[in-house]
Design a protein around this ligand. Structure first.
Ligand code: BGC
Length: 757
């Protein structure tokens, strides 16, 4: 704590301190004028500034600003630099409007494709969420504007989001739902972290000491401020004790009084309160004392938004090279989305955008002439026989047909989950009809999360644009006409059916408790293990050029876990057009020590290559790349043994692999107890050594005996005997080898544990 804050703490009254722990209004912190503590303002985020007008009438009375592609889109860029750039622009805009803190990024894991807020979130994979979330934060904060990493944690559904409790085991939390937050904290020190509305294992996040203190501050070393999601607070005093520093928005004074009362009656100490107040003050003064001037050139930022979109769209399918289009072809655009694209999501990230460039206008700007038929209702939902017939007639006469389709806002938004993967029937039917009269149908999608595609085999190409921000039309035209080469890849799996999804049985749960029974098997981790077909796999995305992967090299074929490893691969652009490839590195644990996914993403790089060019890409791994959360030792553990390094163009398109041997710095895969079996011990190299002699002795019964002789003596085969030896827990040794009492057994296992330290 710095001197200034120490001094202020000694001068503030109890009431003033309590007051500083909640907002002044919807968007501002409280001032204490007599001591020179100013009030500062925050704004939503994450994909544009939603700053409320001074004296704004209502929550939605916000300033016009530039809308950038939503998280679902930018994550598909797999581009750290791009996310950083977006952050820098938003930071500059924020400075212009005196916004101290941008409420984002939102990096909750996409547990189900139905979550209403998936459009804002980045990925089903925590590694991507952490890498890209940190890049965005570093960008914003380079302008001395704070961020609010949200929603901490496990806000994976909108159904009953204020109250439901995610019932999640610690390993799943650490590996899947917390790991992205952890990476952001460690790589980018967000000025604030916003706690989620929901509870975790029965404890509201806003009161959860394990989450806000033990994990966030003690394990990860977080030093910033924790703010509540808007209205997430119930028991304010418990929250202060747990580590929730600022309650937002204005609490009406009720909770400030609770704090005062609690200090007076001794249930809250002044020291506990001071901790919270000092976090708030540090946040306030960090901003005001280092504030930078902001520039805000909306036209320039509009263009930047289009460039980001261009790097983010994903070419899902392109048969017979139907794309790119040529100006010489007779092209028909169909669909209301061509004239009015859905550029962003609904709820707190809703932006009143500066200007919207749709695909029709962008085509005109590029002097490309296309025909247009609306095809379906302007509400994107209603079918209209006349409109459909006109579109089909025009399609029959066109060389190529591009239908702009997707989800209307009423289908996905903050506040409610979707109930199906379906797009409006009017659009699906129209796509089928167009495909029946023209073999070159291209579908351009506007959606915040995966949709079912009953027509997938009938169309030639699909360009996934997600919610691409206000200049999406320009990006679409550049990509469709080959002025730019698609270079995004999916940061989530597109399933075939809702019933295939990992949490189908438990999403959104009964409303009170949501059991995460799928555990760590979220997204591709699930589909891979189940060997299930999917519509489009995680990491998938095509280009107009072809990339060759060759020459995988490891810095060493055998490493100590803490030493780390460099992986090199060479990527060559074999086509005629320049382009970017997203190289993905997955690690597969072959040791068999713990239940693990088939493979997990642990590195990626996006590489730009001119036609014919090749480059060597280096991806560095560390202990965490190999580790799982060891619930017994409460630490990250990479067991000794064999791993495979897999490098590919998607999770389903592995091009190169190499074997690696890892030696663990700890041999302790679990706590040994009287219930531990020899079989458990045998799986772990270091533990197996401890019982090698005893195991040999136990197996001696089968030595020099043929299977036949053995079966004469025993009513079961040798393999069953082996199974029984391996599954005998240490407690069964009571009465043998001098281990007569419970204490003897306990001492024996204690000694084994000691040897592993
Ligand atoms: C949302 C947050 C948002 C806040 C302020 C909440 O309802 O969950 O993401 O930042 O409102 O608008």
């Amino acid at each position: 704590m710095n001197k200034k804050i120490e001094k202020l703490l000694s001068e503030l009254t109890l009431e003033e301190k309590a007051g500083l722990c909640s907002g002044k209004d919807f968007w501002r912190s409280k001032a204490v004028e007599r001591l020179g503590i100013p009030s500062i303002m925050v704004s939503d985020g994450p994909s544009g500034l939603r700053t409320q007008n001074e004296n704004g009438k209502d929550e939605n009375d916000s300033r016009v600003s530039v809308s950038f592609p939503s998280g679902c889109a930018t994550a598909s860029s797999f581009d750290r630099e791009l996310l950083k750039r977006e952050g820098e622009i938003l930071g500059e805009e924020a400075n212009n409007y005196n916004v101290s803190t941008l409420l984002g990024p939102a990096i909750n894991i996409k547990r189900s494709p139905l979550c209403g807020r998936n459009f804002e979130y980045l990925s089903e994979d925590p590694y991507i969420s952490g890498e890209l979330g940190a890049a965005y934060i570093n960008g914003v904060q380079s302008k001395n504007v704070g961020t609010s990493l949200k929603h901490f944690a496990a806000n994976n559904q909108e159904t009953n989001r204020f109250s439901e409790s995610g019932m999640i085991d610690e390993r799943t939390l650490r590996e899947i739902y917390l790991a992205g937050f952890e990476a952001c904290v460690k790589k980018s020190s967000p000025a604030t972290i916003m706690c989620s509305y929901n509870a975790i294992n029965g404890e509201l996040s806003s009161e959860n000491k394990w989450l806000l203190n033990d994990v966030l501050r003690e394990d990860w070393g977080y030093k910033g401020m924790v703010v509540s999601d808007w209205g997430a607070v119930y028991n304010r005093v418990k929250g202060i004790k747990a580590g929730l520093n600022l309650e937002m928005p204005y609490s009406g004074g009720l909770t400030d009084n609770d704090i005062v009362e609690a200090v007076k009656n001794g249930t809250l100490t002044m020291e506990e309160l001071d901790k919270s107040v000092s976090c708030v003050l540090e946040w306030v003064f960090n901003y005001v004392e280092n504030k930078q001037a902001g520039t805000y050139d909306m036209d320039k930022d509009h263009e930047e938004s289009g460039k980001i979109a261009q790097e983010s769209c994903v070419l899902l399918k392109n048969e017979n090279k139907v794309l790119p289009l040529s100006k010489r072809q007779k092209v028909l655009f169909v669909g209301a989305f061509a004239a009015e694209p859905r550029y962003g999501g609904g709820g707190s990230s809703k932006i009143k955008c500066y200007k919207l460039t749709d695909a029709l206008t962008a085509a005109k700007n590029a002097r490309i002439s296309v025909e247009y038929a609306q095809g379906y209702g302007k509400d994107f939902i209603t079918s209209d026989k006349k409109l459909a017939a006109a579109a089909v007639k025009a399609a029959a006469e066109a060389d190529k047909v591009v239908i702009f389709a997707g989800l209307p806002e009423s289908f996905e938004s903050e506040g409610a989950d979707r109930t199906s993967l379906d797009m409006p029937a009017a659009q699906n039917e129209l796509i089928e009809k167009l495909a029946a009269v023209n073999k070159n149908v291209i579908v351009v999608l506007h959606n915040g999360s995966p949709v079912a595609m009953p027509w997938v085999d009938k169309v030639s190409a699909i360009l996934e644009c997600y919610l691409g921000g206000e200049d999406i039309g320009t990006a679409q035209i550049n990509l469709l006409y080959g002025k730019a080469n698609p270079c995004g890849k999916l940061a989530e799996t597109f399933p075939i059916r809702l019933e295939d999804t990992p949490c189908f049985m438990n999403f959104p749960g009964n409303g009170r408790e949501t059991y995460y029974t799928e555990g760590i098997f979220v997204g591709y981790r699930w589909y891979d293990c189940r060997k299930m077909p999917v519509l489009f796999p995680f990491g998938h995305g095509l280009s107009y050029t072809k990339f060759e992967y060759k020459d995988i090299k490891l810095s060493s074929s055998s490493i100590k876990d803490k030493a780390g490893l460099d992986v090199f691969v060479t990527i060559k652009n074999k086509g005629k057009m320049e382009g970017k490839e997203i190289v993905q590195l997955y690690v597969a644990d072959k040791t068999g020590v713990e239940i693990r996914p088939v493979k997990e993403l642990k590195g990626f790089e996006k590489v730009f290559l001119k036609a014919g060019e090749e480059k060597t890409v280096k991806i560095s791994l560390d202990q965490r790349s190999f580790a799982y959360w060891n619930k017994d030792t409460h630490s990250w553990y990479a067991p000794s043994g064999e791993y495979e390094i897999l490098v590919g163009a998607s999770s389903a398109d592995i091009r190169l692999s190499a074997k690696l041997n890892v030696t663990s710095s700890s041999g302790k895969a679990f706590n040994i107890t009287p219930q531990t079996t020899m079989g458990d011990m045998l799986k772990v190299k270091e533990m197996a050594k401890l019982i090698a002699k005893d195991y040999k002795k136990a197996c001696a019964i089968m030595d020099n005996v043929t299977d036949e002789e053995f079966e004469k003596k025993f009513p079961f085969p040798k393999v069953a005997m082996l199974g029984m030896i391996q599954s005998a827990p240490f407690r069964t040794r009571r009465g043998k080898d001098g281990l007569n009492t419970f204490e003897d057994i306990q001492k024996y296992v204690d000694e084994l544990n000691e040897k592993l330290k």
